[in-house]
Unconditional design. Structure first.
Lengths: 409, 398
């Protein structure tokens, strides 16, 4: 365990503030809480010994670390303990599978109609529930049928001296290529040349499923693709908040990966909304927004809050005329990446999300904004309200969805 | 974004200052490395613990180094009224202290208290029953035996057997009517007509007011909460009651990142440096409010060589003792108790010569020098009064 993470343990004063905020221990007795499985149980974990199975019910949302007034890296301690647990016991096949989105993506994309049919088919889902341990109701995204990478290869970006590298992640590549196109359009509208290097998974789902060696392999490969740009001073922009956080911090603090390349990539990586708000602060963001007479509730995902950048989406969306944004204060949607897909955890995940679902539903809005793809799928699953990335609202307000306005870019 | 004010610290002082400014239409951002001590304290607003006498009178007799001495009593009173107008269900004022029982059966003077605790007021005596719920560190028989020694007070304990749960779980269960019904049925069979009933402070979280009223109706008598060890449910309610209107008033709240340094020039603070996931950034504003608390919350640090530091702006620290720094008498006042940041009449931290260090930096709460909140029973009162007053002055200065 990294010294940074392990040493922080000694700062725990057992104040239990983390327990009061944990969205998961509130809804299930199976998870006794972050302090209990973290700073307390850690003292009983020796080499190769993982006595505490309940740590598997930690979702890794990271809220405990955020609220801790003493700087204890509670979520990080728990992630590492979970990996140790699964290293001792062997990772179930299901967890190995759902933790590899790019493998699933490559398999599903060519046969998207069939795969999507199967994912919506009750009999297939019940079978997957029984045999595969994937809850039959869990929100599974639809394959787009074509990858964002394919679009990117054909796309000729604006020629400009202002350059940015786009790290789009697996969700955009296989399920929501449209979000990627909007990110590119918004950046180009603001005068950027957008470079989209070939890229694979960052390793985050493997990390949260306890397979650190495989996660590191993916991560190092991705760092290798992005590092040359970072060393040359290109900013890297990510629209997946959890994958962006992997590059910024979790690679170092949880996976214990080190090196100049990672340091350069970390320092260059920006969440898309963080990046755009930074432009605005320097007076460099175009504000030729059309009116968007909508009311949109906004949920900042847990991993977004882990960036410790505040909620830049709120400031950006405030620039759009007639758009009314409601900041939701529910902590978590419950999905936590792959957590809520699992048979034994689905109902916990839905119970965690209940407050958010109710707030979205009661807002009466037709659209809800949220930065993370898995959280959007979960919110749609829990509410039937369409969920979009905040960038989609900027894209529409710039008029980039209407051909007549595109020529202005 | 350039904000009007950056408030550092999410305790009651920071929340008070931020809410006051946001309500005035200021662009406020509150940044804190974690949640403040609201979650650890009973959420009573203790102004000064002078038994049941008037805190207002005692305020006027404090030495000039005390933070309260910066404030006319009317301003302290105004801050309390401001607080009561925003956080529903608080009772009391500066004229007299409530005397509330603690979990060990001691008596705690408090000026302004949640309505769910007010029924435990020991002034005038009476008959009290304390109900245990199997909660660790809440032993009704022990509590009652200590209180029973007071004149005019008779007290006894009843232990109801619930499954062994923590206070958070209990609070959530109390929000369901069926648990309240079971408890009321068991108690009604055992209670004498004129007994008041005290529970550990676990009577609900989001719907606490409803839970408490419902229990009073079912038991047909005053029901009250007794503060427990952390986590403090009344404190969690207080945090929600302050941070929600802050966000509604347009204030931004960021919990997590640590403020590690400041950028200053020409006697002004231009920005504070905030550590984020991958780098640090500077939050710029016209003015800054330091509400980082004392040693316990990291606003002040004592190193092994005995040096005391204010951790964000490296401000001069007042009241630092010569050796010894600690006395063996644990419960007596300690030499370090009154250490903190000295401020001028406008709550601006000062240099050793008494001049403000930065013209646009203000400070409030437990970070201030001159008070010994644990000893004098002034913690939340100081936070509300100085947070309110410093924000008012800051607002007027701009």
């Amino acid at each position: 365990m990294t010294e940074l993470v392990r040493d922080s343990l000694d700062h725990c004063v057992k104040c239990t503030i983390c327990e009061t905020f944990c969205p998961f221990s509130q809804v299930t007795p199976l998870f006794p809480g972050p302090k209990y499985v973290g700073p307390q149980a850690e003292r009983y974990r020796g080499a190769g010994l993982s006595p505490d199975v309940s740590v598997d019910y930690c979702s890794g949302c990271g809220i405990c670390t955020q609220v801790c007034p003493q700087g204890v890296k509670i979520a990080e301690i728990n992630s590492q303990a979970r990996a140790q647990l699964w290293e001792d016991r062997g990772i179930p096949l299901r967890n190995q599978l759902i933790a590899r989105p790019s493998v699933l993506g490559r398999l599903g994309t060519p046969v998207a109609p069939l795969a999507n049919w199967a994912l919506q088919n009750r009999a297939v889902r019940l079978l997957a529930h029984r045999l595969g341990g994937i809850h039959y109701k869990a929100p599974m995204p639809k394959f787009a049928g074509h990858t964002f990478q394919r679009w990117a290869k054909r796309h000729r970006s604006t020629v400009s001296r202002r350059k940015v590298v786009y790290f789009h992640g697996c969700g955009t590549n296989y399920y929501e290529p449209g979000v990627g196109e909007m990110v590119v359009a918004v950046l180009e509208h603001n005068g950027f040349h957008v470079r989209i290097p070939p890229q694979d998974c960052c390793g985050l789902p493997l990390q949260s499923n306890g397979n650190f060696p495989a996660a590191r392999k993916y991560l190092r490969r991705l760092i290798g693709k992005l590092a040359p740009y970072a060393h040359d001073g290109w900013p890297i922009v990510a629209n997946s908040t959890s994958c962006g956080l992997m590059l910024k911090r979790e690679a170092r603090e949880i996976l214990e990966v080190e090196g100049e390349d990672l340091e350069a990539v970390s320092a260059a990586t920006h969440d898309i909304c963080e990046f755009l708000l930074g432009l605005h602060e320097r007076g460099e963001l175009r504000t030729d927004f059309r009116s968007l007479p909508l009311t949109v509730p906004y949920h900042a995902p847990c991993q977004q809050r882990g960036h410790e950048i505040g909620k830049p989406a709120l400031d950006l969306l405030a620039l759009i005329p007639d758009l009314r944004v409601i900041e939701l204060d529910a902590d978590c949607c419950g999905i936590a990446g792959t957590y809520g897909l699992k048979k034994e955890k689905y109902s916990i995940s839905m119970a965690v999300g209940e407050r958010l679902f109710r707030d979205v539903y009661e807002s009466g809005a037709n659209v809800v904004a949220c930065d993370s793809e898995t959280c959007r799928w979960q919110i749609e699953h829990g509410t039937d309200v369409h969920a979009v990335h905040p960038v989609e609202l900027l894209y529409r307000a710039y008029g980039l969805d209407a051909p007549v306005a595109v020529s202005a870019g | 974004m350039t904000y009007d004010t950056v408030v550092i610290g999410a305790g009651l002082a920071g929340l008070t200052a931020a809410l006051r400014l946001a309500e005035e239409g200021r662009q406020v951002i509150l940044v804190a490395k974690g949640v403040g001590s609201t979650h650890l304290a009973p959420a009573t607003i203790d102004v000064l613990a002078v038994d049941d006498k008037s805190p207002a009178e005692a305020l006027s007799k404090l030495p000039s180094e005390h933070p309260y001495a910066r404030l006319p009593v009317e301003v302290v009173a105004a801050s309390i009224e401001w607080f009561k107008a925003r956080v529903a269900g608080y009772r009391g004022g500066l004229h007299e202290n409530f005397l509330l029982p603690t979990a060990v059966g001691a008596v705690k003077p408090s000026a302004v208290v949640p309505e769910s605790m007010a029924g435990g007021d020991l002034r005038g005596g009476g008959r009290f029953v304390f109900v245990g719920l199997g909660l660790k560190d809440f032993y009704p028989a022990y509590l009652a035996e200590n209180l029973d020694q007071l004149a005019d007070v008779s007290a006894r304990g009843i232990e109801l057997t619930l499954s062994h749960e923590g206070s958070l779980d209990l609070a959530r269960r109390f929000e369901q009517a069926d648990l309240r019904e079971v408890i009321a049925r068991q108690l009604n069979a055992q209670l004498e007509p004129d007994e008041r009933v005290g529970f550990p402070a676990v009577l609900g979280l989001r719907h606490a007011a409803e839970v408490w009223r419902d229990l009073e109706e079912r038991l047909e008598r005053p029901v009250f909460e007794v503060a427990t060890l952390p986590p403090s449910l009344p404190g969690m309610r207080l945090y929600e009651a302050m941070s929600e209107p802050l966000r509604k008033a347009g204030g931004r709240v960021i919990i997590g990142p640590t403020v590690v340094a400041a950028e200053t020039s020409n006697g002004r603070v231009e920005g504070v440096v905030v550590e984020q996931a991958a780098r640090s950034t500077t939050l710029r504003a016209r003015s800054f409010m330091l509400a980082t608390g004392g040693f316990a919350s990291g606003g002040l640090q004592l190193d092994s060589r005995g040096r005391i530091r204010e951790t964000v702006f490296d401000l001069p620290v007042a009241g630092a003792p010569d050796r010894p720094r600690f006395l063996p008498t644990y419960l007596e006042e300690q030499p370090l108790d009154r250490v903190g940041v000295a401020v001028d009449e406008q709550f601006r931290p000062t240099d050793v010569d008494g001049n403000p260090r930065y013209e646009n930096l203000y400070a409030a709460g437990a970070t201030l020098a001159g008070a010994a909140p644990w000893r004098e029973g002034s913690g939340n009162g100081l936070s509300v009064a100085t947070g309110y007053a410093a924000a008012t002055i800051l607002e007027g200065a701009q």
